[in-house]
Ligand binder design. Structure first.
Ligand code: A3P
Length: 302
């Protein structure tokens, strides 16, 4: 198994890091969706944070996220990390972020589910770089090759890419499911913002649209969000060092001081790491695994 995927445990069928608290994850899996809940269910590295910022700004009347991230975390809690109890403290309106496959997220007919998918080649490469952030390792072909094998076999945190894609695809026509792709967001961000606002029943003025587009732009997020996140991660680390109680929602930060959440932000950057042969293998796997999802490839058109 790849070095980058070594510390994996399976909790009730979900592959997660051994740093993840199993009891909290179980309580997350047991969370019963409530009327009005909004879930953001996205496989890792597919545009979760990007959509989080869009939703945050949309639900907060065009306000940018706070640099100390108190409101940001309170309004976009990470289900697997905060568990059922953590959700009691969230500030509504909020979007509950989860990397669980959609079929493992509790269903309520009056809850909403926002899903973002991304082509597997970019997800794989993005995931590789993200996980490198947890180590002090520089990227190498050997470590990428090992990670690639783990990825196509579904031996990575949060499991098999295709299982996630399948569960989203199955539910895509439910009226309370919103589906977009990273590629569509790159192609037509204002269009996606308009669609998501309509789905959320939030009136979108030109001013609000402009605010959301600004705060969720790659440059703004790279400059402001990535810096704020790294600063908060370092504060979390030093607080932990002096044994101050760390709010649950900040626990993810403990491991993330070197993690890059906003990296390249492009479609097709997989070719920097993935060989032609690997790309062909993944293309073939994609064809096999999506036989029962005709048209799914259209989601990934650049
Ligand atoms: P890359 O690593 O390919 O650059 P997630 O939030 O699900 O972990 O997804 C991370 C990916 O989304 C990273 O992809 C990151 O750079 C990209 N991303 C984050 N914010 C973005 C933005 N505003 N515009 C475009 N891509 C963005």
């Amino acid at each position: 198994m790849s070095e980058l995927c070594r510390n994996i445990q399976v909790v009730d069928g979900i592959l997660v890091s051994t740093n993840c608290d199993a009891a909290t994850l179980r309580s997350a899996l047991n969370y019963q969706a409530q009327e009005g809940d909004i879930f953001l269910a996205v496989y890792p590295k597919s545009g979760t944070t990007w959509m989080q910022i869009i939703l945050y700004t949309l639900m907060n009347n065009g306000e940018a996220f706070d640099d100390n991230m108190t409101e940001y975390f309170a309004r976009t809690p990470f289900l697997e990390l905060v568990g059922e109890t953590g959700l009691k403290n969230m500030h509504r309106p909020c979007a509950i972020k989860t990397h669980l496959p959609l079929n493992r997220v509790s269903h309520h007919e009056n809850a909403k589910y926002i899903c973002v998918v991304r082509n597997p080649k970019d997800v794989c490469v993005s995931y590789y770089h993200f996980l490198l952030g947890f180590t002090n390792e520089a990227p190498t072909q050997t470590s990428f090759d090992a990670f690639f094998e783990a990825f196509i076999n579904g031996n990575v945190h949060f499991g098999d890419y295709f299982e996630h894609l399948h569960s989203v695809w199955q539910h895509r026509e439910n009226p309370n499911v919103f589906l977009t792709s990273y590629e569509e967001m790159k192609r037509d961000l204002p269009g996606v913002i308009r669609r998501v606002a309509q789905f959320m029943n939030i009136e979108l003025t030109d001013h609000l649209l402009e605010r959301i587009a600004t705060y969720s732009s790659f440059n703004y997020m790279k400059e402001r969000f990535q810096k704020a996140y790294a600063t908060q991660a370092n504060i979390a680390l030093s607080n932990e060092a002096v044994d101050a109680p760390l709010p649950t929602d900040r626990k993810s930060l403990l491991m993330c001081d070197r993690c890059v959440l906003v990296r390249e932000g492009t479609v097709g950057s997989w070719s920097a790491n993935m060989s032609e042969e690997q790309a062909q293998r993944l293309d073939k796997l994609f064809e096999e695994k999506t036989l029962d999802m005709p048209g799914v490839d259209k989601l990934f058109l650049p």
